[in-house]
Design a protein around this ligand. Sequence first.
Ligand code: NAD
Length: 479
Amino acid sequence: MGSISTHNTTLEWSQYCNIIDGDLCTTPRTRHGINPATGKANPEVPLSSQEDVDRAMTAAQKAFKQWSTTSYDERRQAVLSFADALETEHAAFSSMLTQEQGKPLQFARMELDFAIQWLRGIAKLELPQEVIEEEDRKIVVRYTPLGVVVGIVPWNYPILLAVGKIAPAVMTGNTIIIKPSPFTPNGDLKLCELAQRFFPPGVVQCLSGDDELGPWLTAHPVPAKISFTGSSFTGKKVMESASKTLKRVTLELGGKDPAIICEDVNIKEVAPQIAQLAFLNSGQICIALKRIFVHEKIFDEFRDAMVEATNNLKMGEGNEPDVFLGPIQNSMQYDKVKGFFQDVEKQGYNIAVGGTNPSGEGYFITPTIVDRPAEDSRLVLEEPFGPIVPLLSYSTYEEAVEKANNTMYGLGASIWSSDIERANNLATKIEAGNVWVNSHFQLDPRVPFGGHKQSGIGTEWGVSGLISYCNSQALYLKK
Ligand code: NAD
């Protein structure tokens, strides 16, 4: 493997390297992702070996000694400067995001906006320190960094979700190794390359690889914590592997978010929003709407308005104008989503809109609404992570809440009503980490994000997100 210094270099978008100990490192073997809209190969990226993992771990441990003793303010300045640099590189990152992830350019730009906002928002947070007693002795509860952290990132929001791990980890004095998804490695490698200008060698590193890399990282004895975002299935494997050395884990996993549509909504206004919240990012969002419960009194009218709104959503390659849905990100996911279509067809469920998928280049799936499939169907129980959603009905609010909660997931949910008091009241009855009234998917770096039940363990972002990267230490000091 070779290495190139990162000092005084500008970002060069044709070569992609691992970031180890402040250097850009190549590997003897490489691999690449695929542009999901065209099927063309993306630029080659490193294929890390176990030896690369060991080197990154050693560098992270070494860097931790210094970084954990720098002042909070110094770390904050580094994160803020990183945010400014990302803003300068906004256009190039957005363009690569559309190329490797498939999302329309307008939404790629939005992801970059969020990433910058998250860096700045998390940098503003203060890590609390509590004085419990100050008489004969002083008792202080403070938070100390854990050490080396591994951040494992999925392919749906590769930039935002990487930033959402880097910022709190380094703010609290940890060092972090980012592992991008093999499907979207290019942007994350550049993100960590950019970070080298603001953080000492070994503080922010990045390793790209294939399916072996994640298990090597979670099994390695050095990391104190794994921050994982991905499916509930993989999250369980991560937790099992981390348990061997009692690594801390934060698990941000899958969802099956319900929307409860009350009978008093303004149908013309709400139905298009619901369609967009189900089909944004082609349904590949942990908190996309994945079950829509509509009051039986307005069911037909609401369904027809959603169908009309869905017909207006343009699908295509992300650089085309006005595109709302890009392709599914990868072939594995494409086949998985198509499995839901096959099941719907086999069961003979009614399709309100969509249903047939284009053939040809790219993993395109038509946004599809299925009208009242069986409540124990795959589409109602499982997470397709694609643009196919069940529309269901209910007759009482008690029944709606019971159905909304009838899932192993508990990530997000929303209540839609003109009666705010009713909606707020229903919101408190939902078993989920994030519940919105008359909106959905509105996130904030100041607010802890996490799931109930099998949607995850712990929270990211907000002050409790910072604390999740720390040990709690009680100091009993003599005065
Ligand atoms: P995934 O679980 O397949 O992969 C996520 C990451 O884990 C990738 O980087 C992958 O390479 C890595 N990985 C795979 N096997 C591993 C192993 N054994 N050990 C360690 N790492 C391993 O998920 P995905 O398909 O990339 O993402 C889609 C899923 O992520 C959906 O279920 C979605 O709901 C969920 N998600 C959750 C959130 C959240 O914040 N809760 C956000 C985005 C996505």
